[in-house]
Design a protein around this ligand. Structure first.
Ligand code: 13P
Length: 363
């Protein structure tokens, strides 16, 4: 077999690698605020507000105009309309990020669709015209992207069909992103839903990672210019006993060591329904565990950074400063956890121990 491998030209390689490394700079992580209009609509309804473009903008303004947000936040993941939204004063959010030194990125998957004749499994769509969408976002200042593809653990799932499809769709997306100068974050999300134990979650995660990196290699993806956003390895939410942060750390880092090449600069976990405090304690334990760790291990949380913000804001203008302080508390705690320096019981937010789990949660 003669195979000719090629990689992006050297300038593009350098740009992609620098961006990926900047996103996982020490003590920093990613704020995921790429809720779809439907997803954020549910959160707005929870604080008694209608799902209007202006209410979505007001909530995002609360987050993005926090002084010193960049102390522990290197990057933000946005949903399409946010790229074009402005502050009350008329400044594009994209310019606010530039002033703060925060790297903007874009969610590119167009949500889940059923896999035909599977046991309720799903895949994600959005590959058509992806190169054109990437070029537009790049022109507007985005430097990276994210694509999520979930896998469900059940008695007979995830199936070979679902695993191969996840790997292939993420690899095609990653290759297109790099061709347009965006760093792809690949998100194979083994869901928390189920009553399986941690051993099963670890095995499924390992199989998913092996398939994913084979596909990324087949598609000539330049790994140094990528990041991965995986689940932590935990028992299913319905399992009879919770695992300790130390157990989660050993299972997660072991699975990642077996599946994620050391060429990848960083791993930024999703929170997947964990409470704010759990997500911080688990990340902290992951960074403390005595195992090889060839990559930076940090956070890319949505719910586990925003639960207390929503609770405290409650849709009222007078609560904005307090809600902003909640986000700073969470980002500081997770910034410390990304270095294994968080002390349990410090930096507690108002929704710290509230579970954020929801079956078929709508992002
Ligand atoms: P959670 O941290 O709420 O799981 O969200 C992360 C995310 O961006 C999922 O795509």
């Amino acid at each position: 077999m003669t195979t000719y491998f090629s990689y992006p030209d050297l300038n593009l390689q350098t740009e992609l690698k620098r961006t990926a490394e900047a996103i996982v700079a020490p003590g920093k992580g990613i704020l995921a605020v790429d809720e779809t209009n439907e997803g954020i609509g549910k959160l707005l309804a929870g604080v008694g507000l209608g799902n209007t473009e202006d209410n979505r903008r007001r909530y995002r303004q609360l987050l993005f105009t926090i002084n010193n947000l960049s102390e522990h936040v290197s990057a933000v993941i946005l949903f399409d309309e946010t790229v074009y939204q402005k502050t009350d004063e008329g400044t594009f959010f994209m310019d606010v990020f530039k002033q703060q030194g925060i790297i903007p990125g874009i969610k590119l998957d167009r949500d889940v669709v059923p896999l035909f004749l599977s046991e309720n499994e799903v895949t994600t769509q959005g590959l058509d015209d992806l190169n054109k969408r990437c070029a537009v976002y790049k022109k507007h200042g985005c430097r990276f992207a994210k694509w999520r593809c979930p896998l469900k653990i059940g008695e007979h799932t995830p199936s070979v069909q679902a695993i191969n499809d996840m790997a292939n769709v993420l690899a095609r997306y990653a290759a297109v992103c790099q061709s347009e100068g965006l760093v792809p974050i690949v998100e194979p999300d083994v869901l928390l839903y189920g009553d399986h134990d941690i051993v099963r979650a670890q095995k499924v995660t390992e199989v998913a990672l092996a398939a994913l990196y084979k596909a990324l290699n087949d598609h000539h993806v330049y790994l140094e210019g990528t990041l991965i956003k995986p689940n932590m390895v935990t028992p299913g939410q319905g399992y009879k006993k919770k695992a300790t942060p130390e157990e989660i750390a050993v299972a997660s880092v072991t699975a990642l060591l077996r599946g994620v090449p050391a060429a990848v600069p960083g791993i930024a976990f999703l929170s997947g329904g964990q409470s704010e405090e759990e997500a911080t304690l688990n990340l902290n334990a992951i960074n403390r565990v005595q195992l090889k760790k060839p990559w930076t291990l940090t956070f890319s949380y949505g719910r586990a950074l925003q639960a207390s913000v929503w609770k405290t804001w409650a849709g009222k203008e007078e609560n904005v400063p307090k809600a902003q302080a909640e986000l700073l508390t969470r980002t500081k705690a997770n910034g410390l956890a990304s270095q294994g320096k968080y002390q349990q019981g410090t930096l507690i937010s108002s929704a710290a121990d509230k579970s954020n789990f929801g079956k078929d949660y709508k992002y």
